[in-house]
Design a protein around this ligand. Structure first.
Ligand code: GLA
Length: 760
């Protein structure tokens, strides 16, 4: 039976034969159709038996019948069988749009390949870590997911293309990656390889398709940017190579009118920390193609006979309930089935970081004094940031020399950690292992380990060069020096920073014909290092950082369950940054600290309560010189820490709802609702600017139970107790008022009956 017949009257609808007890999770082949899905989402691929090509028939809500596409929807050019809905378009294959795969044979010069369907396989569960050590989502037992593997074959070059699709029972996403195996005799160059490519028909809605990207820069990360998708090509991407400051590896496509709670959204996220690209293209026939993968401008790979290559994993999310549902799916998946290790499910400690209080200027005694001043404020973890090692008195020297500066720290790290521990605080440390200052012992001993083109000085950023992580010797050095360091004292937390990106990509250990592999090999080297260290030190909580939020991405999240979101801690800036990251990333990942005013980046003065309120929606901490605290400040910090201890289970593990956008409204807001049911919630409301004689609109809360009664308390002082029906909070809204600019309010909500004075 052909589902792409020559004549329309031969067409037959597909009736998916899914047994009732398997509707919650399935992946199977029915004739020449492959069906994957769960109770909310269906992904249907069709194999054209004439050409052996795979195309996407449906990705959306589950349906009971699937009729073939009308004739004019699926032919292009002169070939009546060429489907225009390709699920993995290949360069040179009669489709002139953005290809997912482009190869060229270095043996014959041929650039067109004809991959035809050969075989398929379905298995329970999924591959937990991709070959070459690329991070990916995983399952804890095989019952959670099913994976379809499609194998396509190019006969002439004897190449196998493997397309993996995993569907989960609990998450409305498809995880995909691509593999190429060279079974032939030719040497192949992979010019580009996407992790996922999707073709969609013209939008059925008048409003058409729009897309969201998270653009950014240092101290202005994850800015929400929307564009209408019209004819032409839109490219979102980042070629920094080892940071994703400029664009986060994510796009979302909305179809028609979409709000936080309604409408169709498809998200595309890439589990990768290097250069990525997502292309959105509408061709002359109005068809939309979206792909996401490694950035082809900084990637090319030589595939010798007998070798294979695996792409990073992409996660495509589907929601028919708006942007909020998409985000909640990403949050749960990434928090529970991408993040790994002992800290995955643990609530995060309240920390005090020395960077903003001290920068590079401190001694053992001043650190201990600072730690003493934190006693009684609720701080649980004391983090020694930059400046503790080698000749590191400024950004000019010392990176690479990972031994304590005994002039500053005469008792070493061990003695310092003991003194901090004796004050009842845990001890944590900052490192930046991937870089080296030319003014360092490491560079003097091993200049050849730095990323520089021989004979030419490398471009420095923050006076530093990268180390060549493509070189195994460098990887082993970093693993052993960090192992020694992390074992040298009672270190329970590590902040892993990365303050520059790749320039002058070149390795002295790669042959000339593999230099174009540098950027990807750098990432593979990095993943090898962090995988080894995080499994060697499972008790350590690792926090990623890259000049603020330059590595706030799913790749690092696989190993480091939290990440510093931005060096910008101003309230007005942070609400936009945290809002942006919340489209994809769980709040258990998001580093948020109260810092001093005037703010270091924008010099704005905002009140303490507002800085605290914003910081509660992440992994809470302080970047404040508590030695300068008045008794009043100290009491204030104590109250805020208590608030955080009381609500962190909601923030780190709860369900996230965006209420009103800081990009659109003068009164943004958001909330987290108890993961165990709708019995508790925490809400943030915010006024950007006070305008004369303007009335604040109410906040329509979400995720509560309309039939329950709730106590609403304004935090931090548990003022004003009111009782509301869930229906009133969600339909009439929470009424609040503000008095000044940049003002946050925090409300704790608890079901009547479960509320006690202790949880207030
Ligand atoms: C980066 C980080 C900061 C701090 C400094 C130290 O900028 O984002 O938090 O650790 O490095 O040099």
């Amino acid at each position: 039976m052909y589902l792409i017949p020559k004549k329309l009257d031969e067409e037959i609808a597909i009736v998916p034969k899914i047994p009732d007890n398997e509707k919650g999770l399935y992946a199977f082949q029915q004739e020449n159709v492959f069906l994957l899905g769960n109770s909310n989402m269906q992904y249907v691929l069709q194999m054209d038996e004439h050409r052996g090509k795979i195309s996407l028939l449906h990705w959306g809500d589950p349906v009971s019948t699937l009729n073939p596409l009308p004739y004019d929807w699926r032919v292009s050019g002169g070939d009546e069988y060429s489907s225009i809905y390709s699920d993995f378009p290949i360069y040179g294959d009669g489709d002139d749009r953005e290809p997912a795969l482009k190869l060229s044979s270095l043996t014959t010069g041929i650039t067109s390949f004809d991959f035809k369907f050969k075989d398929s396989q379905v298995f329970d569960g999924k591959i937990g870590e991709l070959p070459s050590g690329l991070p990916s989502t995983y399952t804890e037992n095989d019952d959670e997911a099913k994976t379809l593997l499609l194998k396509l074959h190019d006969e002439d070059a004897d190449l196998e293309l493997r397309l993996y699709y995993t569907v989960f029972r609990e998450f409305n996403v498809i995880a995909r990656h691509t593999e190429i195996v060279n079974n032939g005799k030719e040497v192949i160059s992979i010019e580009r390889i996407a992790s996922c490519s999707i073709d969609l028909p013209p939008s059925p809605h008048e409003e058409g398709y729009n897309f969201l990207q998270l653009q950014g820069a240092w101290a202005r990360e994850a800015q929400e940017v929307w564009n209408k998708i019209d004819y032409g090509k839109y490219v979102v991407g980042d070629t920094e190579g080892s940071q994703v400051h400029r664009a986060n590896p994510f796009v979302a496509i909305t179809d028609g009118i979409v709000t936080e709670d309604t409408g169709t959204v498809r998200g595309f996220s890439l589990i990768y920390s290097g250069g990525f690209q997502s292309v959105l293209q509408v061709n002359q026939m109005g068809l939309l193609r979206i792909n996401i993968g490694m950035h082809p401008d900084i990637f090319k790979w030589k595939l010798e006979p007998g070798e294979f290559f695996t792409s990073p994993e992409s996660v495509a999310a589907y929601s028919s309930n708006g942007l909020g549902q998409m985000s909640r799916d990403y949050h749960r998946l990434y928090r529970t089935r991408l993040a790994r290790g002992q800290w995955r499910d643990r609530l995060r400690p309240i920390l005090l970081n020395t960077w903003e209080p001290f920068l590079f200027t401190f001694t053992h005694d001043s650190l201990v004094d600072l730690a003493k001043s934190a006693q009684g404020t609720g701080v649980e973890l004391f983090v020694l940031d930059d400046g503790w090692f080698g000749a590191r008195d400024s950004i000019n020297a010392g990176l690479g020399d990972w031994y304590p500066n005994l002039k500053k720290l005469p008792k070493g790290l061990k003695g310092l950690a003991e003194d901090i521990n004796s004050l009842g605080l845990d001890f944590g440390l900052w490192v930046e292992p991937e870089s080296v200052n030319p003014d360092s012992d490491l560079y003097r001993a091993h200049p050849e380990w730095a990323v520089e083109v021989p004979g030419k000085a490398g471009v420095q950023m923050r006076n530093q060069l990268l180390l060549d992580l493509t070189n195994e010797e460098v990887q082993n050095h970093l693993i052993s020096i960090m192992t020694e360091l992390f074992s040298s004292a009672n270190i329970v937390y590590v902040k892993w920073d990365h303050n520059r990106f790749i320039s002058n990509p070149f390795s002295r250990t790669l042959p000339p014909d593999r230099q174009s592999e540098f950027c990807h090999r750098y990432m593979l080297g990095l993943y090898n290092i962090v995988r080894t260290l995080t499994s060697r030190f499972p008790q350590i909580l690792f926090e990623g950082c890259a000049g603020g939020g330059g590595r706030f991405d799913p790749g690092m999240l696989a190993y480091m369950p939290q990440s510093w979101a931005s060096d910008n801690t101003d309230v007005e800036e942070r609400i936009k940054i945290q809002w942006g990251f919340s489209y994809v990333y769980p709040l258990s990942m998001l580093g948020a600290h109260i810092s001093a005013v005037p703010n270091h980046q924008v010099e704005r003065v905002t009140d303490w309560a507002s800085r605290a309120a914003i910081s509660h929606f992440g992994t809470f901490g302080y970047e404040l010189n508590m030695l300068e605290f008045s008794e009043e400040d100290k009491k204030q910090a104590m109250v805020d820490s208590k608030v955080h201890l009381a609500i962190r289970h909601l923030v780190h593990h709860g369900d996230w709802y965006r209420l009103r956008s800081p990009y659109k409204s003068n009164w943004p807001g958001w909330m987290c609702v108890s993961p165990k049911g709708s019995d508790e919630a925490i809400v943030l409301t915010y006024q950007r600017l006070r305008h004369s004689r303007e009335t604040t609109p109410s906040y329509l809360l979400k995720g509560l139970d309309k039939d329950k009664k709730y106590v609403v308390l304004e935090m931090p002082h548990a003022r004003k107790k009111f009782t509301f029906g869930g229906d009133e909070l969600m339909k009439r809204g929470l009424l609040t008022s503000f008095s000044h600019d940049f003002e946050c309010h925090l409300f704790y909500i608890c079901e009547v009956g479960k509320f006690t004075e202790t949880n207030s």
